[in-house]
Structure formats: C-alpha cells, structure tokens
Design a protein around this ligand. Structure first.
Ligand SMILES: [Zn+2]
Ligand SMILES: [Zn+2]
Length: 481
C-alpha cells in the first residue's frame, strides 16, 4: 500500500508530529516503563516487578478488553472459569480480567488467580474447569489473565460534556489496589464493574501513572459516538486535546468493532499510535471477536514493548470485524429504520428524513470528518490486519438460522472437536483441510480470509450483517452439490 512518495510523506508527517510532541513538557517523565526495583509509592516501599527479557518468543493471541459479571448487562458465565474455558475453545492465550476496580471482582481475582509469567496470572484450579461445550475437549495451550479495567470518565472540558471510556492495565495486584484506592475517593466504584466517574481522562491517567508506574492506559473503542475519545457525541478531535501534557504516555488506541486500521490510518494525527483490537465482550462465548496477535515473550512486559514498538516483528497483527458489522458504523436512526452513508447524511444536514431529529452520526462519518488522507497509509512494519467473521455467524449463514441456534451450536461443537480452536480454523488451517469435511464451510472461510464478503452496515446501535454468500447463492450451491 506504500508508494515511495507516500512513505516519504509519512516520514515527513511523523517528523512534524515528533516536533510538536517535543514542545510539550510532560509533568511525568515516565516515557519508558520503569525498571525493576524498590520505589516509594504513596509513602510505602513498593517492589516493581522485573521486566523479564529472557522469556522466549512465542506466538499467541490476546483479548485485552472484557467485562466481568459485575458490569451491567453481562452474562453470569463471564466468571473466571467461563472465560478460561471459552478462551481455550477460541484459541486465546491472554485474557484481560476486566473490572479490577470492582471490589468483589477484585477479591475474586485475588482468590482464584496465582502469579504465572511476569505480569500474567493463571487460574489456580484450571485443570478442574469443564469445557463450556459438553462434547468438546478443551484444546491445548496456556490461558493467562492480565489485570485490566475500564473506567467511564464523564466530565466537562471546554464548555462541553465529555464521555470517554479508558482501559487500564497493571502487572500486579498491589498496583491495582493502589489505583482502586485512589479511584474510590473520587466516586462510586462499587455499583458497576465499569465505574462511571466524574474524572477527566487526563487525571485518570495521572492517577494510574502515580499509583502503577508499570501500568498503561489505552482509550477504548475510540470512535463510539456516545462514549469515546473521538465520539461524535462525546469526545475530542485529537489525543492531545484529551490527555494534554500527559499525551506522551498514550501509545495505543483501541479501534473498536465499528472501525478498522484502514479507517484509522486515514488520519495523520494517529500515525504514532499502535492500534489494538479487543472483543469488549459481555459474554465469554463472544471472546476474541476482535483480538491481538503477538510473536514475543509470553509476559506483560514483552506485550507492552511489542505494542509500543508497533512493529509486526513482535506485534504481528489484529483480528478485526469487518467494520461494517460494528453497531455504529453508518449514520441513522434505529427507531426510524433509517441507515445512511455519511454523504447522504450530509445532504440531509445530518437530520433524519423520517422524524427530522438529529441522526446518530456513526464511526465512518466521524472518521471522514477527521481524515486528512484519501488513502490509508501504513508504515512498512505495521502489524497485519485479519478481518474475520466469528465462526458461529458463518455457521448461522450456512444453516439459514441465527448464530445462536441449536443447529449452529451442534455444528460448532463438531467442528471444534475436529479442527481444534476457532482461531486455528479461521486463521491457520489450509482451506483444503476444511474442504475434506465441509466444502461449503471451506468456501465461506476462503471468502472471509480474502475479504470477498457482502456487507450491510450497522447503525445507531444495531449490528451490521456480513455474509460470505450472496442472496440465493447458497441455495444454488446446495442444489448443485
Ligand atoms: Zn466501553
Ligand atoms: Zn428518525
């Protein structure tokens, strides 16, 4: 995708950008994660874990944004055993715990997890966890947990109300405990696993840096209209505007389900940020609908380094929804069943043609508003992008039912029993191997991998629909086979 002139342009823009950054005097000078050793934090002597550089490189998949049963509208099955079992079936090796700010969930984490690799934790009784699918044995491969949380910051800045979701990551329980103590003095962290605090995003980052020097913050699902850093109804126009003097501590952004790296790389101002992808799942069976692929040491610090460096040598890539599938991709009104492309919305002055009220402006529109390129521009060593449809949705299309039907569940179990994990099938398995047992599935997976899919965009909170086959095509194929 890079033309030589495009790459020069990229370098030039990056240089300009760096200059701008150097003009900012950061109050906290933690540009690099601090090394191991003792430190005074909150008047107490604290030990910072060693950054283990001797851990061998390994290929693994991480989903770093999920919610516990203590978050609103989350499945009871999102307990640690449920997350562990589903992570195994999906082929995920590192799962964010979600919600470490919630006292009851935090107590559960402390009780049920034990330290494994640096900054990662394992379930104490993992061998006793049953498979979530009765007939399918759990595939091989480790599953570790990483302490994560999401905070909804609602505050006024520049005369506007801002609502920004931010993800927090820390490598140890002591750091999490200090962060929780600090946040507990600001607002209610008990009523919701994802607490809503009247706290400026910049100040949340400051609290994290002060209490967890080895922690990092990633703005969550950055384009969601109502709750994100760039949201059309909630956010800012740049990372600098949001995090001010602490901006240099932000090195990654979560793209969310409704946008993908192609869209984000239309914006020069985002060039220096790694783009990570996570499921944000509220039910463990939805784990990994977006995820990150690493080829680096299997520990918190190596992952941190890989994301910061943002090179495909260690941060291999992301698994993405086709962005049209996200529930805020296009503009529209759900109640009026009006779904519009940004160009159509513009002609209508962003007003709904059915009810006359302002449209919910989606992610594509907002990206186009901030874009300063007509083509995405990627650095040569950028992590790769793998756009996928979750396997149950592919099976639902083949079965002519919803993705949650009994027929799909039976087929899903059968396929995992045959091929191993879901990611193994979707990402790695040769098409010929799949074809030996299921020719339609193999053709569907081939098309998904090649991006040859049919897309109906999501809008105003409704998920879009992505199909591997054209309307009526599947029937013909079945008749001919
Ligand atoms: Zn969120
Ligand atoms: Zn309307």
């Amino acid at each position: 995708m890079n033309s030589p002139s495009g790459f020069r342009q990229h370098l030039l823009l990056t240089l300009n950008f760096t200059k701008k950054y150097d003009e900012i005097e950061p109050k906290h000078s933690l540009r690099q994660p601090p090394t191991a050793g003792f430190r005074i934090i909150e008047n107490q002597l604290c030990f910072l874990a060693p950054r283990c550089i001797s851990i061998p490189k390994m290929n693994y998949i991480a989903d770093l944004h999920i919610h516990s049963p203590y978050s609103r509208a989350t499945s009871k099955n999102s307990d640690l055993a449920g997350l562990y079992g589903w992570a195994k079936l999906k082929g995920i090796n590192v799962v964010g715990t979600g919600d470490f700010t919630h006292p009851a969930w935090f107590a559960t984490l402390k009780r049920e997890l034990e330290p494994a690799e640096p900054g990662l934790f394992k379930l104490k009784n993992e061998t006793a966890v049953p498979s979530p699918l009765a007939d399918v044995p759990l595939p091989q491969g480790p599953v570790r947990f990483l302490l994560s949380a999401e905070v909804s910051c609602i505050y006024k800045r520049g005369g506007k109300v801002r609502k920004v979701h931010n993800l927090l990551y820390v490598p140890d329980f002591d750091s999490a405990e200090r962060v929780n103590r600090a946040l507990g003095t600001i607002g209610n962290i008990i009523s919701d696993g994802r607490p809503i605090l009247g706290l400026d995003s910049r100040n949340l980052l400051e609290i994290l840096l002060e209490n967890a020097p080895q922690g990092f913050l990633v703005p969550a699902h950055i384009w969601t209209p109502w709750f994100s850093i760039f949201g059309s109804r909630s956010g800012f126009d740049s990372v600098e505007e949001c995090f001010a003097d602490l901006t240099p501590h932000i090195f990654a952004l979560e793209t969310g389900l409704s946008s993908d790296p192609d869209m984000n790389r239309l914006i020069t101002g985002l060039d220096r940020y790694a783009l990570i992808s996570n499921s944000d799942c509220h039910s463990p069976s939805k784990l990994g609908r977006e995820a990150n692929l690493f080829d680096c040491g299997f520990d918190y610090f190596s992952m941190w380094d890989a994301i910061r460096a943002n090179s495909h040598d260690n941060f291999k890539g992301t698994v993405e929804f086709f962005p049209e599938e996200g529930k805020y991709h296009a503009d529209g009104h759900l109640d009026c069943t009006v779904c519009l492309h940004p160009a159509e919305s513009k002609e209508l002055n962003n007003l709904c043609p059915a009810c006359g009220k302002p449209l919910t402006i989606g992610v594509l529109n907002r990206v186009m508003e901030l874009a300063d390129r007509s083509e995405p521009l990627f650095a040569d060593n950028s992590p790769e992008v793998f756009s996928l449809i979750p396997l149950p949705e592919i099976l639902g299309e083949l079965a002519g039912t919803g993705s949650g039907s009994k027929k799909v569940l039976r087929e899903y179990s059968k396929i995992l029993g045959t091929f191993g994990s879901e990611f193994e099938l979707l990402l790695n398995l040769p098409i010929e191997c799949i074809a030996e047992s299921n020719s339609l599935l193999s053709e569907a997976v081939r098309r998904v991998r090649a991006g040859e899919v049919f897309r109906q965009p999501g809008y105003d909170g409704r998920f879009g629909v992505i199909k591997a086959f054209e309307q009526g095509e599947l029937k013909k194929l079945v008749c001919n086979s």
